[in-house]
Design a protein around this ligand. Structure first.
Ligand SMILES: [Mg+2]
Length: 230
């Protein structure tokens, strides 16, 4: 293998975002006593939240809304679905979520085994879209920090994946060339097509075996298979 530098995405590639997010949302549902307040069960709450959050993230990613607006609006709008019109509560829920979620530690099966094996042979780095204060705590709390040399968080740069500029910046920070690097991530657009446009090979972590109208350099459906590949 010609690779020397492996760039990893964090959320939904190594850190099990959905499992961790669900833990926080359950904590929040109980803390804010939402059953009593809105006469709904947890599943209704989370289904609505996920749909609203997904749409707002799409806007945040292209710079249409700010981080502060996203943080409050996703809970304000969720509660509004259940006729609770309370901006202040949305704000408190948003703060609770951002504060608590990075302390959750669920990783995908095989994460530590994979990194233990790879970091002896390659320089490992992270490129993640997200809030700096959140991503930094996640990496510390989940024990992932020690495996990575460079940690590039979009909020600390001027760009977000899939903008090729964040990949070029990451190469420069790692002292790597595109030819000796590979990007590993779950998001076809942000991680895979983005890296491809920066001239970097890619491993698409496609846990759900979804169809892609794009051919990544490699595709795997488990972390274990990355180890076999590299
Ligand atoms: Mg991801």
């Amino acid at each position: 293998m010609k690779y020397k530098h492996l760039f990893f995405d964090l959320d939904r590639t190594l850190w099990d975002f959905d499992a961790n997010s669900e833990e926080v949302l359950i904590d929040m549902f109980n803390k804010f006593d939402i059953t009593t307040l809105a006469c709904i069960d947890y599943q209704e709450f989370i289904d609505n939240y996920r749909e609203i959050n997904h749409a707002l993230w799409a806007k945040y990613r292209v710079g249409e809304i700010t981080k502060e607006f996203l943080s409050t609006q996703r809970f304000y709008a969720t509660m509004l679905e259940f006729n609770i019109d309370n901006w202040e509560m949305g704000k408190e829920m948003g703060e609770f979520y951002v504060k608590e979620s990075p302390y959750k530690k669920q990783l995908f099966p095989g994460t530590i085994e994979l990194l233990e094996s790879l970091y002896q042979k390659y320089d490992l780095h992270i490129i993640t879209n997200g809030f700096a204060e959140v991503q930094t705590i996640k990496l510390e709390q989940s024990g992932l920090n020690k495996y990575f040399k460079q940690i590039i968080i979009s909020e600390e740069t001027d760009w977000k994946k899939p903008n090729p500029k964040i990949f070029n910046y990451s190469l420069q920070k790692a002292g790597a060339s595109a030819e000796e690097s590979i990007m590993i991530g779950d998001d076809l657009k942000a991680d895979i097509i983005g890296a491809s446009e920066a001239g970097i090979d890619q491993i698409w972590v496609n846990f759900d075996n979804t169809y892609a109208g794009f051919k990544p350099t490699y595709t795997v459906d488990s972390l274990k298979k990355i180890e076999e590949l590299l």
